[in-house]
Design a protein. Structure first.
Length: 269
């Protein structure tokens, strides 16, 4: 699978929105507190991050995990016609309010794009394409329309369609249902989870070394700190780069073809 270009972040065409619009709290992921709508102190005048090459070392691992999926340039270039909040301060409040909405809609578009490439779900392709076009249309609306958008309702409609696509892709694998399961810190080394539904499961810090996650549905699963060393995620459904960046892995971890091995993962088996 290859994400459409519009769903790949292009920071050069954005106005640093992820460094301003979103809040973060001092924690293992962020070295400081920052309220929403306040620029990060490391944001430079060209909207680039001044410590981009050393974010993890400086205590900002959370920044390396975040992926706007192209929402930044969509808001800057499409919704606001190339304006930015510094040159046109009157746009600031609306830009910062719209960005999280478009980010969520782009996440849904990424899932729909993946579902459209599932041969097993071909009977749903007409519905999936219609849903993609519908959500894409929302992202191109006015700032006022986007602020009023009921993202929860849109997500619910898309989630049902993705669930049906997932079931078709996993048919015959007899994977167990772990939707929303509390598996924080679970000892799952070598577990047979092929074709399992782990939608929305809490796998924070779970030991998944050498686990079989082939064709497992991982949409919305929390993999922060999960140990994926040696795990097999070949064909896993709805895995995002952000999920991998938040986890641990190594050279033996097998990934879906469209995702890259995070640079902070161990390089030796």
């Amino acid at each position: 699978m290859t994400l459409p270009a519009e769903l790949r972040a292009d920071c050069a065409r954005c106005a640093g929105l992820c460094c301003i619009a979103l809040p973060f709290a001092r924690s293992a992921d962020f070295a400081v507190d920052k309220p929403a709508g306040t620029p990060c102190t490391h944001l430079q005048t060209d909207f680039r991050c001044g410590i981009h090459d050393s974010l993890r070392d400086r205590g900002f691992a959370g920044c390396t995990v975040f992926d706007c999926l192209g929402a930044g340039q969509k808001v800057t270039q499409v919704v606001f016609g190339g304006r930015d909040w510094r040159a046109d301060p009157g746009t600031a409040r609306d830009m910062f309010a719209v960005f999280p909405v478009v980010r969520q809609l782009h996440e849904l578009l990424a899932y729909l794009a993946e579902a459209l490439e599932l041969e097993a779900a071909r009977t749903l392709h007409v519905e999936l394409r219609a849903a993609y076009d519908r959500v894409d249309g929302l992202t191109r609306g006015s700032a006022e329309a986007l602020e009023a958008c009921d993202v929860g309702a849109v997500r619910a409609d898309v989630a049902e369609l993705l669930r049906r696509a997932s079931e078709l892709a996993r048919a015959g694998l007899a994977g167990r249902d772990h939707r929303g399961a509390d598996l924080v810190g679970a000892m799952l080394r070598g577990a047979g989870l092929r074709g399992a539904s782990l939608r929305g499961a809490y796998l924070i810090g779970a030991d998944l070394r050498d686990a079989d996650l082939r064709t497992a549905d991982l949409v919305g699963a929390d993999l922060r700190g999960a140990d994926l060393r040696g795990a097999d995620l070949t064909g896993a459904l709805f895995v995002t780069q952000a999920q991998l960046e938040s986890a641990r892995g190594d050279a033996r971890t097998r990934l879906p073809r469209h995702l890259r091995r995070p640079s902070h993962w161990a390089t030796e088996a």
